[in-house]
Design a protein around this ligand. Structure first.
Ligand SMILES: *[C@@H]1O[C@H](CO)[C@@H](O)[C@H](O)[C@H]1NC(C)=O
Ligand SMILES: *[C@@H]1O[C@H](CO)[C@@H](O)[C@H](O)[C@H]1NC(C)=O
Ligand SMILES: *[C@@H]1O[C@H](CO)[C@@H](O)[C@H](O)[C@H]1NC(C)=O
Ligand SMILES: *[C@@H]1O[C@H](CO)[C@@H](O)[C@H](O)[C@H]1NC(C)=O
Length: 291
């Protein structure tokens, strides 16, 4: 019997050369401007190309029609630092798909069709600094622990999604957060919003549009108002065991106060105007009297 080495060596050589060719080829329809960048932007792709070099660091797949990514995708591309999947057709990701992304710094999943960000989706992506999840028009659910491992995350985009409310415990683990986009969501300013409001108020310097740029709708008629019309006191009564209606009255009373102020000043102005007219008329009468 021949020793193992005689057949193992050619086999190993074959594997090594195969993986070398693989790591130096550029997928068809993509550009590889340097050894670590694969750019497949706007190529009408309906799936992730399968001959991406294993040592890729920057992978650009935006403006395609990719509906899903294999769950072992990041297990293969362990050097990946930058992954752009913006403007594709992703509606969900298998649990754990992104959880092995230990080097990933930038991830763009904006302008897709995601509906939910489940807990554990990003695992312990401790290197992640920018995460873009905006412009997913059906995205309205985020698992409570979805962001809990993202200790380095500085920028989080959640704008133009379908959120009416967000559990503030989702945001609390983000110790490094500097910028948060929440504008363009159908936020509902009822008592369920109270804790998020308090957090936003305390972290308002992290909102690029400020409180002014985030609108919420007031039940019952859905009037949209910027968050800047509220103060922490607006939601104070929500802490007790009040019903929703009670809270609405409380929230409305704040607005009613300013409305009452406007009405009062209008009435005052009218009264003043009337008095002026009356005094003019009486002056006119006096003048008529002189005649
Ligand atoms: C890219 O890879 C090839 C083959 O390994 C190598 O010869 C070349 O120097 C590399 N280029 C750069 C810019 O690193
Ligand atoms: C990727 O390729 C597109 C053209 O297909 C080009 O417009 C874009 O600038 C490239 N991006 C990078 C980062 O190389
Ligand atoms: C999104 O991708 C599609 C398909 O490539 C393209 O037609 C469209 O212009 C892109 N939209 C944006 C906002 O880039
Ligand atoms: C996006 O998701 C919604 C809700 O799941 C679905 O009704 C719609 O058809 C999807 N759109 C596309 C373009 O996949």
């Amino acid at each position: 019997m021949p020793p193992c080495g005689t057949w193992l060596q050619p086999l190993l050589a074959l594997i090594v050369s195969a993986s070398l060719t693989r790591s130096h080829s550029c997928p068809s329809r993509c550009l590889c401007p340097d050894n670590h960048t694969v750019n497949c932007t706007s190529q009408g792709l309906v799936g992730v190309p399968d001959s991406i070099p294993l040592d890729v660091r920057r992978l650009l797949l935006s403006n395609n029609w990719i509906p899903w990514i294999p769950s072992d995708f990041l297990v293969l591309y362990t050097d990946l630092v930058y992954l752009d999947l913006r403007n594709n057709s992703l509606s969900q990701l298998d649990p754990g798909t992104l959880s092995s992304s230990s080097r990933l710094v930038f991830l763009d999943l904006g302008s897709n069709n995601l509906t939910e960000i489940p807990s554990g989706m990003f695992g312990e992506s401790k290197s992640l600094i920018k995460l873009r999840l905006g412009n997913n028009p059906y995205l309205r659910m985020i698992g409570r622990d979805a962001f809990s491992g993202l200790s380095a995350l500085r920028e989080l985009d959640l704008e133009k999604n379908a959120f009416t409310v967000l559990d503030v415990r989702v945001l609390e683990p983000l110790a490094s957060l500097r910028m948060l986009r929440l504008e363009g969501n159908p936020w509902l300013c009822n008592c369920h919003f109270a804790k998020l409001f308090a957090w936003l108020y305390q972290n308002r310097q992290k909102l690029p549009t400020g409180m002014e740029g985030i609108e919420c709708s007031l039940p019952p008629d859905g009037l949209r108002v910027p968050l800047s019309v509220f103060s922490e006191d607006s939601f104070r009564e929500c802490r007790g065991a009040l019903t929703l209606t009670d809270c609405l009255i409380v929230i409305f009373s704040g607005i009613s106060v300013s409305f009452a102020a406007i009405v009062t000043s209008f009435l005052l102005a009218s009264i003043v105007h009337c008095f002026q007219r009356i005094s003019k008329t009486s002056k006119g009468d006096e003048e008529e009297g002189k005649d």
